[in-house]
Design a protein around this ligand. Sequence first.
Ligand SMILES: [Zn+2]
Ligand SMILES: [Zn+2]
Ligand SMILES: [Zn+2]
Ligand SMILES: [Zn+2]
Ligand SMILES: [Zn+2]
Ligand SMILES: [Zn+2]
Length: 320
Amino acid sequence: MTRKQDSIRGVEQEQENDEEQQDLKEDSADRSPLNEIKENAQSRAQEESLRTIYRNNLKKILDRQFEPNGYPENLMSHVAREFLKVESYKPKEEGTTAEYLPDTDTKCVFCFKAVDSSGDAELMPCQGQMGSIEKRKIACRSKFHANCAIKYNAGSFLFQYSALPECQGKLQCPLHCCSLCNNEHYKQVAYAGEMTECALCLRAFHKELCIPAGSKNLDVEIKIEGRGVQFEMIVCPAHFTKKKTGKHIAACDECQNTKDLIKCSTCVRSFHKECQDVKTLDGQPIPADKCEKCLAGDAVRYDVPVLVRWSDNIVDDEVY
Ligand SMILES: [Zn+2]
Ligand SMILES: [Zn+2]
Ligand SMILES: [Zn+2]
Ligand SMILES: [Zn+2]
Ligand SMILES: [Zn+2]
Ligand SMILES: [Zn+2]
Protein backbone atom coordinates (compact mmCIF):
# COMPACT_ATOMS: atom_id res chain seq x y z
CA MET A 1 0.00 0.00 0.00
CA THR A 2 1.39 3.40 -0.95
CA ARG A 3 1.75 6.07 1.64
CA LYS A 4 -0.98 8.09 -0.08
CA GLN A 5 -3.47 5.22 0.07
CA ASP A 6 -2.40 4.65 3.60
CA SER A 7 -3.13 8.22 4.57
CA ILE A 8 -6.51 8.07 2.81
CA ARG A 9 -7.29 4.94 4.79
CA GLY A 10 -6.26 6.79 7.89
CA VAL A 11 -8.60 9.64 7.16
CA GLU A 12 -11.49 7.29 6.48
CA GLN A 13 -10.78 5.47 9.69
CA GLU A 14 -10.77 8.71 11.60
CA GLN A 15 -14.05 9.75 10.06
CA GLU A 16 -15.61 6.44 10.96
CA ASN A 17 -14.40 6.77 14.50
CA ASP A 18 -15.79 10.27 14.67
CA GLU A 19 -19.14 9.07 13.44
CA GLU A 20 -19.16 6.24 15.91
CA GLN A 21 -18.36 8.56 18.76
CA GLN A 22 -21.06 10.91 17.57
CA ASP A 23 -23.52 8.03 17.58
CA LEU A 24 -22.46 7.03 21.05
CA LYS A 25 -22.93 10.53 22.31
CA GLU A 26 -26.32 10.75 20.70
CA ASP A 27 -27.59 7.45 21.97
CA SER A 28 -28.37 6.75 25.57
CA ALA A 29 -25.34 6.03 27.72
CA ASP A 30 -26.67 2.81 29.28
CA ARG A 31 -25.90 0.78 26.17
CA SER A 32 -22.98 -1.58 26.62
CA PRO A 33 -20.40 -1.88 23.82
CA LEU A 34 -21.18 -5.60 23.41
CA ASN A 35 -24.88 -4.93 22.90
CA GLU A 36 -24.00 -2.25 20.46
CA ILE A 37 -21.90 -4.65 18.37
CA LYS A 38 -24.72 -7.21 18.38
CA GLU A 39 -27.26 -4.61 17.36
CA ASN A 40 -24.99 -3.31 14.63
CA ALA A 41 -24.52 -6.81 13.25
CA GLN A 42 -28.25 -7.35 13.33
CA SER A 43 -29.01 -4.10 11.58
CA ARG A 44 -26.31 -4.83 8.99
CA ALA A 45 -27.97 -8.17 8.24
CA GLN A 46 -31.34 -6.43 7.98
CA GLU A 47 -29.85 -3.80 5.69
CA GLU A 48 -28.33 -6.46 3.47
CA SER A 49 -31.61 -8.33 3.11
CA LEU A 50 -33.38 -5.04 2.37
CA ARG A 51 -30.79 -4.25 -0.28
CA THR A 52 -31.50 -7.60 -1.93
CA ILE A 53 -35.24 -6.87 -1.93
CA TYR A 54 -34.59 -3.45 -3.49
CA ARG A 55 -32.26 -4.85 -6.14
CA ASN A 56 -34.86 -7.42 -7.19
CA ASN A 57 -37.69 -4.92 -7.15
CA LEU A 58 -35.68 -2.31 -9.01
CA LYS A 59 -35.17 -4.70 -11.88
CA LYS A 60 -38.83 -5.72 -11.97
CA ILE A 61 -39.94 -2.09 -11.88
CA LEU A 62 -37.55 -0.88 -14.55
CA ASP A 63 -38.89 -3.64 -16.80
CA ARG A 64 -42.26 -1.91 -16.48
CA GLN A 65 -40.83 1.52 -17.24
CA PHE A 66 -43.04 2.26 -20.20
CA GLU A 67 -46.25 0.92 -18.78
CA PRO A 68 -48.90 3.64 -19.17
CA ASN A 69 -50.33 5.01 -15.93
CA GLY A 70 -53.29 6.85 -17.44
CA TYR A 71 -51.71 10.30 -17.32
CA PRO A 72 -53.07 12.79 -18.28
CA GLU A 73 -56.45 11.47 -19.52
CA ASN A 74 -57.29 9.57 -16.35
CA LEU A 75 -55.77 11.76 -13.72
CA MET A 76 -55.61 10.90 -10.02
CA SER A 77 -55.91 13.37 -7.16
CA HIS A 78 -53.02 13.90 -4.79
CA VAL A 79 -53.38 11.40 -2.01
CA ALA A 80 -53.74 12.40 1.66
CA ARG A 81 -51.15 11.46 4.31
CA GLU A 82 -53.46 9.09 6.09
CA PHE A 83 -50.87 7.79 8.51
CA LEU A 84 -49.32 11.01 9.76
CA LYS A 85 -51.66 12.41 12.39
CA VAL A 86 -51.07 16.14 12.67
CA GLU A 87 -52.24 17.66 15.96
CA SER A 88 -53.46 20.93 14.44
CA TYR A 89 -52.63 23.47 11.75
CA LYS A 90 -54.69 26.49 12.65
CA PRO A 91 -53.85 29.66 10.69
CA LYS A 92 -52.12 31.41 13.59
CA GLU A 93 -50.04 28.49 14.83
CA GLU A 94 -46.56 28.07 13.46
CA GLY A 95 -45.66 24.87 15.20
CA THR A 96 -47.41 21.62 16.00
CA THR A 97 -46.77 17.98 16.77
CA ALA A 98 -47.55 14.92 14.73
CA GLU A 99 -47.27 11.18 15.05
CA TYR A 100 -47.10 8.27 12.70
CA LEU A 101 -50.05 5.96 13.27
CA PRO A 102 -49.35 2.22 13.69
CA ASP A 103 -50.87 1.68 10.20
CA THR A 104 -47.79 3.39 8.71
CA ASP A 105 -45.87 0.15 9.00
CA THR A 106 -48.54 -2.21 7.75
CA LYS A 107 -50.42 -0.30 5.05
CA CYS A 108 -49.74 1.31 1.69
CA VAL A 109 -49.49 5.13 1.44
CA PHE A 110 -51.39 5.07 -1.85
CA CYS A 111 -54.30 2.63 -1.29
CA PHE A 112 -54.30 2.66 2.57
CA LYS A 113 -54.58 -1.13 2.59
CA ALA A 114 -52.31 -4.01 3.55
CA VAL A 115 -53.19 -6.01 0.44
CA ASP A 116 -53.82 -4.26 -2.88
CA SER A 117 -56.62 -5.00 -5.38
CA SER A 118 -54.48 -7.58 -7.20
CA GLY A 119 -53.81 -9.50 -3.98
CA ASP A 120 -50.24 -8.24 -3.55
CA ALA A 121 -49.29 -8.08 0.13
CA GLU A 122 -45.66 -7.01 -0.29
CA LEU A 123 -45.10 -3.51 1.03
CA MET A 124 -41.95 -1.82 -0.20
CA PRO A 125 -40.31 0.61 2.19
CA CYS A 126 -39.52 3.93 0.49
CA GLN A 127 -35.80 4.50 -0.05
CA GLY A 128 -36.08 8.26 0.27
CA GLN A 129 -35.04 10.39 3.22
CA MET A 130 -36.58 13.27 5.10
CA GLY A 131 -34.44 16.24 6.08
CA SER A 132 -34.99 17.39 9.65
CA ILE A 133 -34.24 20.87 10.97
CA GLU A 134 -31.21 19.56 12.87
CA LYS A 135 -29.91 18.27 9.50
CA ARG A 136 -30.23 14.62 10.47
CA LYS A 137 -31.40 12.50 7.56
CA ILE A 138 -34.32 10.36 8.63
CA ALA A 139 -35.55 7.41 6.58
CA CYS A 140 -38.95 8.05 5.02
CA ARG A 141 -41.70 5.99 6.66
CA SER A 142 -43.78 5.46 3.52
CA LYS A 143 -44.48 1.91 2.43
CA PHE A 144 -46.28 0.91 -0.73
CA HIS A 145 -47.33 -1.80 -3.16
CA ALA A 146 -45.40 -1.74 -6.44
CA ASN A 147 -48.64 -1.64 -8.45
CA CYS A 148 -50.06 1.27 -6.46
CA ALA A 149 -46.86 3.29 -6.93
CA ILE A 150 -46.74 2.56 -10.66
CA LYS A 151 -50.40 3.50 -11.14
CA TYR A 152 -50.16 6.77 -9.14
CA ASN A 153 -50.09 9.70 -11.58
CA ALA A 154 -51.17 12.78 -9.58
CA GLY A 155 -49.26 15.86 -10.72
CA SER A 156 -47.65 13.70 -13.47
CA PHE A 157 -45.77 11.58 -10.90
CA LEU A 158 -43.98 8.65 -12.52
CA PHE A 159 -42.67 6.19 -9.94
CA GLN A 160 -40.33 4.40 -12.34
CA TYR A 161 -38.52 7.62 -13.18
CA SER A 162 -36.73 7.89 -9.86
CA ALA A 163 -35.66 4.24 -10.22
CA LEU A 164 -33.72 5.02 -13.41
CA PRO A 165 -29.95 5.15 -13.04
CA GLU A 166 -29.87 8.65 -14.58
CA CYS A 167 -32.23 9.83 -11.85
CA GLN A 168 -31.55 8.38 -8.40
CA GLY A 169 -31.79 4.63 -8.85
CA LYS A 170 -34.14 4.51 -5.87
CA LEU A 171 -37.69 3.37 -5.24
CA GLN A 172 -39.26 6.45 -3.73
CA CYS A 173 -42.65 7.83 -2.79
CA PRO A 174 -43.69 11.27 -4.14
CA LEU A 175 -42.32 13.04 -1.03
CA HIS A 176 -38.85 13.14 -2.63
CA CYS A 177 -39.93 14.78 -5.85
CA CYS A 178 -40.73 18.50 -6.17
CA SER A 179 -44.34 18.57 -7.26
CA LEU A 180 -43.96 21.90 -9.07
CA CYS A 181 -40.77 21.07 -10.99
CA ASN A 182 -42.18 17.66 -11.90
CA ASN A 183 -45.40 19.17 -13.20
CA GLU A 184 -43.33 21.53 -15.34
CA HIS A 185 -41.52 18.48 -16.78
CA TYR A 186 -38.17 19.23 -15.14
CA LYS A 187 -38.18 15.59 -14.16
CA GLN A 188 -34.57 15.17 -13.13
CA VAL A 189 -34.32 18.51 -11.31
CA ALA A 190 -37.48 17.55 -9.45
CA TYR A 191 -35.57 14.89 -7.48
CA ALA A 192 -32.45 16.94 -6.69
CA GLY A 193 -31.94 18.95 -3.51
CA GLU A 194 -33.84 19.37 -0.28
CA MET A 195 -37.61 19.16 -0.10
CA THR A 196 -40.24 20.63 2.14
CA GLU A 197 -43.10 18.21 2.63
CA CYS A 198 -46.77 18.99 2.97
CA ALA A 199 -47.92 17.67 6.33
CA LEU A 200 -51.30 16.66 4.91
CA CYS A 201 -50.71 15.14 1.48
CA LEU A 202 -48.03 13.24 -0.43
CA ARG A 203 -46.64 16.38 -2.01
CA ALA A 204 -43.27 18.02 -1.55
CA PHE A 205 -41.63 21.13 -2.95
CA HIS A 206 -38.04 22.31 -3.23
CA LYS A 207 -37.12 23.97 0.03
CA GLU A 208 -37.61 27.75 -0.24
CA LEU A 209 -37.42 27.89 -4.06
CA CYS A 210 -40.63 26.09 -4.99
CA ILE A 211 -42.92 26.65 -1.99
CA PRO A 212 -46.27 27.38 -3.62
CA ALA A 213 -47.97 30.72 -3.03
CA GLY A 214 -50.72 30.38 -0.44
CA SER A 215 -48.96 27.68 1.62
CA LYS A 216 -48.85 27.80 5.38
CA ASN A 217 -45.46 27.22 7.03
CA LEU A 218 -45.66 24.67 9.79
CA ASP A 219 -42.85 23.41 12.03
CA VAL A 220 -43.78 19.89 12.99
CA GLU A 221 -42.27 17.81 15.77
CA ILE A 222 -42.66 14.12 15.00
CA LYS A 223 -41.84 11.39 17.50
CA ILE A 224 -39.38 9.06 15.85
CA GLU A 225 -37.95 6.17 17.87
CA GLY A 226 -39.11 7.81 21.06
CA ARG A 227 -37.55 11.17 20.33
CA GLY A 228 -39.09 14.40 19.03
CA VAL A 229 -37.55 15.40 15.69
CA GLN A 230 -38.30 18.82 14.18
CA PHE A 231 -39.25 19.20 10.53
CA GLU A 232 -40.00 22.32 8.52
CA MET A 233 -43.19 21.44 6.69
CA ILE A 234 -46.01 23.30 5.00
CA VAL A 235 -49.71 22.88 4.48
CA CYS A 236 -49.94 23.25 0.71
CA PRO A 237 -52.64 25.45 -0.90
CA ALA A 238 -54.64 22.36 -1.97
CA HIS A 239 -56.00 22.13 1.60
CA PHE A 240 -57.49 25.61 1.69
CA THR A 241 -60.77 26.40 0.03
CA LYS A 242 -60.12 28.81 -2.74
CA LYS A 243 -62.29 31.87 -3.07
CA LYS A 244 -64.09 32.44 -6.32
CA THR A 245 -61.90 34.57 -8.53
CA GLY A 246 -63.15 37.78 -10.11
CA LYS A 247 -61.56 38.75 -13.40
CA HIS A 248 -60.72 35.97 -15.83
CA ILE A 249 -58.18 35.86 -18.61
CA ALA A 250 -60.04 36.49 -21.87
CA ALA A 251 -58.34 33.72 -23.86
CA CYS A 252 -58.16 29.94 -23.62
CA ASP A 253 -55.16 28.78 -21.62
CA GLU A 254 -54.41 26.20 -24.29
CA CYS A 255 -55.47 27.44 -27.78
CA GLN A 256 -55.55 31.23 -27.13
CA ASN A 257 -58.95 31.46 -28.81
CA THR A 258 -61.23 34.02 -27.19
CA LYS A 259 -64.63 32.56 -28.15
CA ASP A 260 -67.01 30.41 -26.05
CA LEU A 261 -64.78 30.30 -23.00
CA ILE A 262 -65.49 28.49 -19.75
CA LYS A 263 -64.25 30.47 -16.72
CA CYS A 264 -62.51 28.35 -14.12
CA SER A 265 -64.26 28.49 -10.76
CA THR A 266 -61.03 28.32 -8.75
CA CYS A 267 -58.52 30.42 -10.70
CA VAL A 268 -58.24 33.18 -13.32
CA ARG A 269 -57.84 30.87 -16.29
CA SER A 270 -60.40 30.39 -19.06
CA PHE A 271 -60.57 27.31 -21.23
CA HIS A 272 -62.48 25.15 -23.72
CA LYS A 273 -63.68 21.73 -22.74
CA GLU A 274 -62.20 20.23 -25.89
CA CYS A 275 -58.79 21.75 -25.09
CA GLN A 276 -58.45 19.76 -21.86
CA ASP A 277 -56.33 16.60 -21.89
CA VAL A 278 -57.72 15.37 -18.59
CA LYS A 279 -60.89 13.37 -19.19
CA THR A 280 -61.51 11.79 -15.80
CA LEU A 281 -60.36 12.54 -12.26
CA ASP A 282 -60.19 9.51 -9.96
CA GLY A 283 -62.33 7.63 -12.47
CA GLN A 284 -65.11 10.22 -12.42
CA PRO A 285 -65.99 12.69 -15.19
CA ILE A 286 -64.21 15.99 -14.48
CA PRO A 287 -66.14 18.97 -13.08
CA ALA A 288 -67.18 21.20 -16.00
CA ASP A 289 -66.04 24.45 -14.39
CA LYS A 290 -62.46 23.63 -13.40
CA CYS A 291 -59.44 24.12 -15.59
CA GLU A 292 -56.87 21.41 -16.08
CA LYS A 293 -54.26 23.16 -13.95
CA CYS A 294 -56.67 23.31 -10.99
CA LEU A 295 -57.68 19.66 -11.53
CA ALA A 296 -54.02 18.70 -11.29
CA GLY A 297 -53.62 20.74 -8.10
CA ASP A 298 -51.12 22.97 -9.87
CA ALA A 299 -49.59 25.78 -7.83
CA VAL A 300 -47.50 28.90 -8.40
CA ARG A 301 -44.22 29.79 -6.66
CA TYR A 302 -43.89 32.92 -4.57
CA ASP A 303 -42.52 36.09 -6.19
CA VAL A 304 -42.69 34.68 -9.67
CA PRO A 305 -44.15 36.74 -12.51
CA VAL A 306 -46.84 34.81 -14.34
CA LEU A 307 -47.13 35.43 -18.02
CA VAL A 308 -50.15 34.14 -19.85
CA ARG A 309 -50.30 33.47 -23.57
CA TRP A 310 -52.49 36.18 -25.00
CA SER A 311 -51.95 35.97 -28.73
CA ASP A 312 -49.75 34.03 -31.13
CA ASN A 313 -47.16 36.79 -30.83
CA ILE A 314 -46.38 35.83 -27.27
CA VAL A 315 -45.31 32.24 -27.20
CA ASP A 316 -44.18 31.78 -23.66
CA ASP A 317 -46.97 30.77 -21.34
CA GLU A 318 -44.76 29.11 -18.77
CA VAL A 319 -44.17 30.28 -15.24
CA TYR A 320 -40.52 31.27 -15.02
ZN1 LIG B 1 -51.37 -0.05 -2.24
ZN1 LIG C 1 -40.78 8.42 0.78
ZN1 LIG D 1 -38.94 22.51 -7.50
ZN1 LIG E 1 -50.77 19.13 0.65
ZN1 LIG F 1 -59.06 26.31 -26.23
ZN1 LIG G 1 -58.27 26.87 -12.68
